[in-house]
Design a protein around this ligand. Structure first.
Ligand code: GTP
Ligand code: MG
Length: 339
């Protein structure tokens, strides 16, 4: 099977790949949230700000995740961070208080999940129909949201590729961290890394450039070049289309990636070795079967959720996608078929 892999790896892209450009872009367009969704999100955020401010005048509310990183598809939930200017030792107490406040303002399905990995309050706003998670002091997530958003401004192909990959992952059931597959955040990092690696490169490595933005959060220094308007032409010498990139992305994860030794690293803009990170063996629950370094919390492997069963599921799905893109007469339908 190793030989088969090698043979397949040398596989050349189907000659009619350009016929996939229009249908893939049509799917992308359909996934983009309409303007009125943004207005509803802001309406809900304004309500939450009003309620929070009454109780905690010095706290701030920030959007993070897909509603703010420009990789959100239509009808996503929104992620909100309630930020205090100090360390909070007892998050449970605050979350329970917050849940009371929200309930008394008629927000629906309010639940405080104080024992979750990231403790939070869930709610649904009956006026806008939007569901929302609120967590406390998750400032690193707010900062990595900005990083993703800044990358998206550099080349339109990132957003196209990531929307299609996320749509594929959701359709195929491999976007479920509690079942050992990957988060949306991890998939977007895989797309950024992939575009940094194309030759000519389509994306730069912002953390490898001059620092124009810098914050220190939880002792982690987050620094990178954020004047991305100056990088609008960065990828222009690479003429690859969304169809070629989607094909090559799945081909890379199916047949090109060295799972045994490699870590993908958006922070450095290249592949680094598992040895270098000491991610060669299982430590606790971290098995490091697919390694995706968090750009700021560098000790954090976003592939840590993947176990020996789900790695097979994931790799079979990458191979299925690569094979469909190569051979299927109607790939834009088959690729997204529910599992
Ligand atoms: P969808 O909700 O699936 O559309 O995507 P999303 O971008 O909101 O992704 P997700 O719900 O997986 O994560 C929300 C945000 O939390 C991400 O955008 C990150 O900012 C942050 N996040 C998620 N997982 C991690 C993690 O393991 N480490 C860190 N540092 N941040 C994470
Ligand atoms: Mg989300």
């Amino acid at each position: 099977s190793q030989r088969l892999r090698m043979l397949k790896r040398q596989m050349e892209c189907r000659s009619d790949i350009h016929r996939l450009i229009a249908p893939l872009l049509a799917i992308y367009e359909l996934l983009i949230p309409p303007e009125e969704e943004r207005a509803k999100q802001n309406q809900l955020l304004a309500l939450l700000e009003k309620l929070v401010c009454k109780e905690w005048p010095k706290a701030g509310l920030y959007l993070y995740g897909s509603c703010a990183n420009s990789f959100g598809v239509s009808k996503s939930d929104i992620d909100v961070c309630l930020a205090f200017n100090e360390d909070i030792n007892n998050k449970s107490e605050i979350l329970l208080k917050l849940a009371d406040i929200l309930r008394s303002d008629n927000l629906q399905n309010v639940q405080a999940l104080t024992r979750a990995r990231v403790p939070l309050v869930k709610l649904m706003d009956p006026v806008t129909g939007i569901s929302c998670d609120i967590c406390i002091n998750n400032i690193l997530a707010v900062v990595n949201t900005k990083l993703l958003k800044d990358y998206a401004k550099i080349d339109a192909r990132l957003r196209q590729l990531a929307f299609i990959v996320k749509h594929w992952a959701k359709s195929r059931g491999v976007n479920e961290t509690y079942q050992g597959t990957l988060s949306s955040y991890a998939y977007v990092l895989m797309c950024i890394h992939f575009l940094q690696q194309r030759r000519p490169a389509i994306l730069p490595c912002l953390q490898g450039m001059e620092t124009t933005y810098s914050v220190t959060v939880d002792d982690v220094e987050c620094a990178y070049f954020d004047q991305v308007e100056k990088l609008r032409d960065f990828g222009s010498s690479n003429k690859e289309t969304v169809a070629q990139l989607v094909w090559a992305f799945f081909n890379y994860w199916a047949y090109g990636h060295d799972y045994a030794n490699s870590v993908i690293s958006v922070r450095t803009g290249r592949i680094i070795s598992k040895r270098e990170k000491d991610w060669t063996r299982r430590i606790g629950n971290d098995r490091h079967l697919i390694c995706i370094e968090d750009p700021f919390e560098t000790s954090h492997d976003l592939g840590r959720v993947v176990d020996k069963f789900s790695i097979r599921v994931l790799r079979e799905e990458f191979e299925r996608a690569a094979d469909i893109l190569q051979y299927d007469p109607n790939p834009c339908v088959t690729l997204f078929e529910p599992y």
